[in-house]
Design a protein around this ligand. Structure first.
Ligand code: NAP
Length: 268
């Protein structure tokens, strides 16, 4: 049996095992996907195990997305651009790193099949890096980033050739795409929060929230009420997972079946 899994620390609940084990079953692949909590100080030992066992493929989440890179033989061009990986796979004997968060992020925007003249990324953490790389890949001509801590937005903007907006000025311009990459709106203490004033949505804009629990955040609810098209973070999660499965197995998972599986998992 082949072994796959996800590493992170602390590794809270993750829907990745549900998705990939379902996929292996659907395609008759003798493999198992496990959640492995790996503390930062245990990463080096775990990476020895990845090569020795070997582990056939790995999802990588916080805090290892950047620190795992020195343990790899090669990065895809996309992973190099983002400076972070969320997927490890083998190409022959070479252990490679890819960033399917970027693919996952852009897939639902491509499906909308509309041009964007501008986009603003709210937040400047790991997910914001994927958003900036993705928006560059889409060829959006004007891209800005705004963050509560301005210094982080400045360095990210410099790195990706984007504009840096003051957090307090973020709503002053009219953006074609407004993308929340902060945890504001996530279930728990931040559930009622939003990074955008609901009265400041332009009806022609697309509002994209990468938070997926809850499925409908306050940000998306208010954008929808203002007449905007909306994209939920579940679409990003789904498509980053579909891309991982394809990279590992060469198979395309049934998109609708996978979406329904994740929706059921979220409800549970
Ligand atoms: P991160 O690296 O910790 O970055 C979080 C960012 O949000 C930082 O820029 C932080 O600003 C900002 N922020 C945090 N609390 C805030 C607040 N109260 N007000 C304003 N800004 C605040 O986290 P991440 O890895 O980018 O993840 C961010 C979110 O994306 C999480 O909710 C995560 O679950 C979600 N995510 C979803 C997917 C998906 O597949 N849909 C994939 C990856 C991540 P400061 O710099 O000022 O601290």
């Amino acid at each position: 049996m082949e072994n796959y899994g996800i590493i992170g620390w602390p590794l809270g609940h993750t829907m990745s095992p549900t998705l990939h084990n379902w996929g292996f079953g659907r395609h008759g692949i003798d493999a198992d996907y496990t959640a492995w909590p790996v503390a930062p100080e245990a990463l080096s030992r775990f990476m020895d195990r990845v090569r020795a066992q070997p582990i056939s493929g790995l999802s990588v989440t916080i805090p290892h997305k950047r620190t795992v890179i020195p343990f790899l033989d090669r990065l895809t061009r996309r992973a190099e651009t983002v400076g972070a990986v969320n997927t490890l796979y083998w190409d022959g004997d070479a252990l490679c790193g890819e960033n399917t968060d970027v693919l996952g992020l852009v897939a639902p925007l491509k499906a909308l099949d509309r041009p964007f003249s501008s986009a603003i990324v709210l937040g400047a953490g790991g997910a914001a890096r994927a958003a900036l790389a993705g928006f560059r890949e889409l060829g959006i001509p004007r891209i800005a980033v705004a963050n509560r801590t301005r210094a982080k937005a400045t360095s990210l903007a410099d790195e990706f050739g984007a504009e840096c907006m003051d957090w307090d000025a973020r709503m002053e311009a009219e953006w074609g795409l407004v993308c929340n990459t902060t945890p504001l709106g996530m279930s728990g203490d931040l559930a009622g929060e939003t990074p955008w004033d609901g009265r400041r949505f332009h009806p022609d804009a697309v509002a994209y929230d990468i938070v997926y629990n809850p499925l409908e955040t306050r940000f998306l609810r208010e954008a929808d009420a203002a007449g905007c098209a909306t994209v939920s973070g579940l679409e990003m999660f789904l498509h980053q997972g579909l891309a991982q499965f394809r990279l590992w197995t060469g198979h395309d998972l049934d998109e609708d079946g996978a979406r329904n599986l994740l929706l059921d998992a979220l409800k549970a």
